[in-house]
Structure formats: C-alpha cells, structure tokens
Design a protein around this ligand. Structure first.
Ligand SMILES: C[S@@+](CC[C@H](N)C(=O)[O-])C[C@H]1O[C@@H](n2cnc3c(N)ncnc32)[C@H](O)[C@@H]1O
Length: 246
C-alpha cells in the first residue's frame, strides 16, 4: 500500500436497526466504507447504503468479480473458480485502498465470523485491521423463534446445505444450516425444523414444526419472501427426534 491504510471490518447485521453503538462509533471514525455489489441490482446494497447514510459515511461500491457458478463443476474446478474469484476480489479491494488511503470500513452482512471471507481477505491485504461484531442470521433465527440453538448443555453444529447430508450421516443431530437454496429434507420427516427467510428485512418469513408437516409450508413461504423482497436468503435449525430414530 502506498498511503497508510487502516481497515475496520464492521458487522452490520441485517441493516441499520442492528448496528451496535460500538459499530456506529467505528463507522463515524472512518473516512469511507467499502462494500461489494453482486450484479447490477444487488438488493443488499440498499441496506448498506442505508447504514452509511445513517452514520454519515461515504460508501464506495466495488463490483463483485464474476465467478464460475456452473452447476456441473467437479471439486477441483469448483476450487479453481473460487480461487480465481478470490484473487480478483483481493485486487479490487487493494486498488481502492491504494488510491484512497485513510481508514476504511468494510461492511459485512450479519457477523464477519460466519461464512464471510472479509477477515481472510483483509488479512491477506497486509493492512492493520480490527473487527466489530454484528448480529448474525443464526442469532436472529433463534430470536424470532424464541428458542435456544441447542438443548441444555448440548452442542450445535453450524454447517452449510451443501454439507448437510454428510453431517447428518456422521451423527450430527442438532444443526444450523446456512447457504441454503431451498429446503430438501427427504428422509428427515420426523426431525424438527425452525426455519426463517429474509430475517430482519423485507419479506421476512418464519415457519417451525415437524419437517414432514411443514415442508410444503416452508417452500411456499420461501417463494412469498422472494416475491415480496425480490430476493431470498434462508437458514434453519434442524434437530433429530428425541428417541434417536433418524
Ligand atoms: C454468506 S452467508 C453470510 C452470513 C452472515 N455473515 C451472518 O452472520 O449471518 C449468507 C447465508 O446466511 C444466511 N442469511 C443471511 N442473512 C439472512 C437473513 N436475513 N435471513 C435468513 N438467512 C440469512 C443464509 O443462509 C445465507 O445463505
């Protein structure tokens, strides 16, 4: 970096209502904020703009580099596509920081500790940084359903939809599942689910019950959320039956 640069990675939850006083103070002390936009009409960009407007910070938008998302990619091809996309994103951030210098806030959806690459990317940039936590989607899910994510003294396994079947087969019985693209739970009809879409934003929906009883309701609610907001993001807590039957 040519100019001295400091980065503050700020978790902003799902919007201005989730910005903590600590995050607000960090934003107020930044020279500008940086966020990636996925495609021309990134619906989540408006949320970041609202956060910046609320705290008087200029938002610099970096278009997210294209990534090969072909469904048929095998593991090496998938990993190569992610690596290329990652390198392009790194270069885009580097160029903004070099040009502007100063203190930059990286706005992160939810909390930076969960399924977000910002900490890794900023570490690779080799600049000084700190992290301000935000409200994550699993926290909101638990709050909306008024549940605890695990039973008393028991663990919770946080995973992705891509890994769900493997994790269940390996014995996990209490899982928070993120990065979903629809809920396919064939064979798990007797499990319990607490599902939520677009939590904290337009189109919010929640459904809970026995998987076999509510799967149809979830599919319909997911489409309602998408129709209302123009986008959908969902996750769920999935728990095996108490008697141990799969
Ligand atoms: C890339 S991860 C980012 C998670 C984020 N860092 C967090 O702390 O929640 C995106 C996934 O989080 C979940 N997610 C994020 N925001 C959500 C929301 N408002 N409602 C429901 N699920 C959400 C979905 O599973 C989505 O696929």
């Amino acid at each position: 970096m040519t100019a001295p640069v400091e980065v503050r990675i700020v978790g902003v939850g799902m919007g201005p209502q989730h910005v903590t006083p600590e995050a607000a103070a960090a934003l107020a002390g930044c020279d500008y904020a940086l966020a990636v936009a996925k495609g021309e009409h990134d619906p989540l960009l408006a949320v970041r703009q609202a956060v910046c407007a609320a705290h008087g910070v200029e938002l610099v938008v970096v278009p997210d580099p294209e990534r090969d998302r072909s469904p048929g990619l095998d593991r090496p091809a998938y990993e190569a596509a992610v690596a290329a996309w990652y390198a392009a994103r790194l270069a885009a951030y580097r160029s903004v920081l070099e040009e502007r210098g100063g203190t930059c806030a990286f706005l992160v959806w939810g909390d930076p500790s969960l399924y977000d690459g910002t900490v890794r990317i900023v570490r690779e940039l080799g600049v000084a940084f700190d992290v301000l936590p935000g409200i994550s989607a699993p926290q909101l899910l638990a709050a909306r359903h008024r549940v605890v994510l695990h039973e008393v003294g028991q663990p919770v396994h946080v995973t992705t939809a891509r890994r769900l079947r493997t994790d269940v087969a390996s014995g996990q019985r209490n899982l928070v599942v993120m990065l979903t693209s629809g809920v396919d739970l064939d064979g798990l009809e007797d499990w319990s689910i607490w599902w939520g879409a677009n939590l904290g934003g337009a189109g919010e929906r929640v459904v809970a019950g026995r998987v076999g009883d509510v799967a149809g309701e979830i599919a319909a609610a997911r489409e309602d959320a998408r129709a209302e907001a123009g986008w959908v993001m969902d996750l769920f807590l999935l728990r095996g039956p108490a008697d141990g039957a799969a």
